[in-house]
Design a binder for this molecule. Structure first.
Ligand SMILES: Nc1ncnc2c1ncn2[C@@H]1O[C@H](COP(=O)(O)OP(=O)(O)OP(=O)(O)O)[C@@H](O)[C@H]1O
Ligand SMILES: [Mg+2]
Length: 330
């Protein structure tokens, strides 16, 4: 039987500047609950001005906290220093569309192409990556505004989190290419004296600005002292397989992996002669998968949270969960 070598508390004590905390993992494993618990601990126990933000299009912070936190940061009742915020995806997408439309309109005019920007905008924004990209922009906007001492992000359940961050590398390459071809087009135009030198080029400004934002975001998100991704799993085959893959991906991208939290472990000491077989079987199964977890995530398991009698709802239960997530080493 393995044991926790470095708990969540130990890890965070070792990284006193930790500012951007993420939770990822398979759907339904408890990412939102863990994010809530971590934010609660940072705010209430550490006294840090903390924002718990959801970038997941399917929000659940409001139901976790029993309070409407959609669309703007709202102070969480009963928890000092804590704000929560479900980002409005629709609103972000509408704004991004508007911004892109402006750029395309300018470009079409510049290139003397007689076409309506709308068609281009529609096709560009139909791509599912557009939504993720808009969410990513939203997230880094929050980070750059720097109004909080700590941020806990409840990320989307699938591979989105990784793609989101991987995108900052892709963006950077893409923008480099765009900038280069814009420079070529510009000098060609100047050569043919279509346009005067030093004429303002809003598209170019936008691209350069965008690239700078992305590279700054990447700087923050790959800084081990500032950022950590934690992965939540259950003692079950699929959630383990999912985070094994995630951890590898994140390592490949140079994104700091903080460790693994195991959720919904059934307390074996509660088994008795009257315990039904299906519970006994489940406990036996969990035990086997725990061996797997200790082996696969050697030295990286930071916390074990038991399966509670009920689902986690309301600030009091979030605080209760935080006690386990931030338990001193056992
Ligand atoms: N330790 C626990 N004991 C009992 N119930 C739990 C525990 N952890 C989480 N839950 C419950 O399990 C459900 C799923 O948790 P949660 O919403 O945090 O998962 P998620 O990973 O964020 O899901 P999604 O992928 O849909 O975003 C919720 O109803 C939550 O209250
Ligand atoms: Mg969730």
């Amino acid at each position: 039987m393995g044991q926790i070598e470095k708990s969540m508390v130990d890890f965070l004590n070792e990284h006193p500047k930790m500012k951007y905390v993420f939770f990822g993992g398979k759907g339904g494993v408890g990412k939102t609950v863990m994010a809530g618990a971590a934010a609660h601990w940072l705010a209430a126990s550490q006294g840090k001005r903390t924002l718990l933000a959801s970038t997941n299009p399917v929000h659940s912070l409001s139901s976790l906290l029993g309070q409407d936190v959609f669309g703007r940061p709202v102070a969480v009742e009963g928890v000092p220093n804590l704000w929560a915020y479900e980002i409005d995806t629709k609103d972000t997408i509408a704004r991004s569309k508007e911004e892109i439309k402006e750029k395309i309109e300018w470009f079409l005019k510049y290139a003397e192409i007689k076409a309506k920007a709308d068609e281009f905008v529609e096709s560009a924004t139909l791509n599912p990556a557009f939504e993720e990209s808009a969410m990513f922009e939203n997230m880094i906007d929050l980070m750059f505004k720097d109004e909080y001492e700590a941020y806990v992000f409840d990320t989307a359940p699938t591979a989105n989190a990784r793609r989101l961050l991987g995108m900052s590398s892709v963006y950077s390459l893409w923008v480099d290419k765009m900038v280069k071809s814009r420079e070529e087009a510009k000098s060609l135009k100047e050569l043919l004296s279509y346009s005067k030198k030093n004429e303002k080029d809003p598209l170019m400004d936008y691209l350069v600005n965008f690239k700078e934002r992305m590279s700054h975001a990447k700087e923050l998100l790959t800084d081990e002292e500032l950022t950590a991704f934690f992965f939540v799993t259950l003692p079950e085959a699929l959630p383990i397989a999912v985070i094994t893959r995630f951890i590898q991906w994140f390592r490949d991208f140079g994104i700091p992996v903080g460790g693994v939290a195991v959720n919904m472990l059934i307390d074996e000491s509660l088994l008795g002669p009257g315990t039904p077989d299906f519970v006994k079987n489940r406990v036996a199964m969990q035990k086997e998968y725990m061996e797997d977890i200790w082996q696969k995530f050697d030295g990286k398991v930071r916390a074990i949270v038991p399966l509670f009698d009920t689902e986690v709802r309301g600030v009091d239960m979030v605080a209760e969960t935080a006690k386990y997530l931030f338990a001193p080493k056992t």
